[in-house]
Design a protein around this ligand. Sequence first.
Ligand code: FES
Ligand SMILES: [Fe+2]
Length: 374
Amino acid sequence: MTSPTHRFTPEELESLPIARAWTIPASWYTGAAFHRIDLEAIFERTWQCVGDLSALTEPGCFVTAQVGQAPVLVLRDKEGALRAFHNVCRHRGGPLATAASGCVKALTCQYHGWTYLLDGSLRGVPRWDRVDLFDKKDYGLVPVRVETWQGQVFVNLDADAAPLAATMQGIAERIAPVRIDELTLMKRIDYEVGCNWKVYVDNFLEGYHVPYVHPELMKLYDFRRYQTELAGPYSLQWAPIEPGDAPYDIRPGDCAYYYFVYPNYMMNILPGRVQTNVVVPIGTDRCRVEFRFYYRDAKGEAAERAIADDLDYSDRIQREDMDICALVQRGLGSPAYDRGRFSVDAEQGVHHFQEQLRESYRAWSTRAALPTSH
Ligand code: FES
Ligand SMILES: [Fe+2]
């Protein structure tokens, strides 16, 4: 597949300290070429969360996902190891699995029935007499890197990427004693949002909008102490929280933690529960946000009530964010707007993310400029 062509200007890609920096140009959120550029430059180069280990407990159980432009399948093999493959048959590109998840004994292509074992090797090829120069050994499924962190399953299409642990370094220590893999996944909810995926991420990365967009959430925080910390691959926003109307068992000293791991993974950590978001680009002005809700207390009437309240609360906040993000997408398409500036006080996370974007685009431009080998 040919790459989209696009020339970034040196000025657009220049890194500047936040006090002097511009936000990224509006065309990066609205330009038709950017959907493909982002898939290539970012989503096919980074660790992408495709689900939770609880769906992959038994041999033959699998989940599927779209990662950049690649359909991918993650499964547990007969020996109990986790494996990931491109979900693309070596015959003529058919799919091995079309369901979001399931359990199988072997992978049978849904087009003409080629069958692969759980280790990816090609086993059965119907009606294949008289084919010359063909060795099944050369037609196994193409593997993809897969790693896990606290029960979260990530894949990476880039063979040269640093291990997932390098990306997540320091987070486990900081959120301890919380461990996501000790909580119970109770709910998955997907929202489709009418904005470019970067608008949704920008919005997640600042508390600047909270007083204006989320009056209810505002009551939860000690907002004067809301702050942002930056690390290489991720950022953290956190604030002390106070008992009030919110459906949480809040003790003195409790905080809310909001992690963003570049480019599209978020963890929202409140007492007794963690909620993860994965932002998936669908088109230039559309994305899907996958919410997974994990709870410490998952059984009993009181827990069920608390979970229902949390889901309602989260849904209200999410709808406020979706509405403002769709309106911002419209504003970014206006001929009156090109780019803006940052609050040094309140938008360090957005600036950090946009610097990461620039870094990805610089690397993409360099790769695109290299002569391709044949
Ligand atoms: S494409 Fe898979 S069997 Fe033909
Ligand atoms: Fe928000």
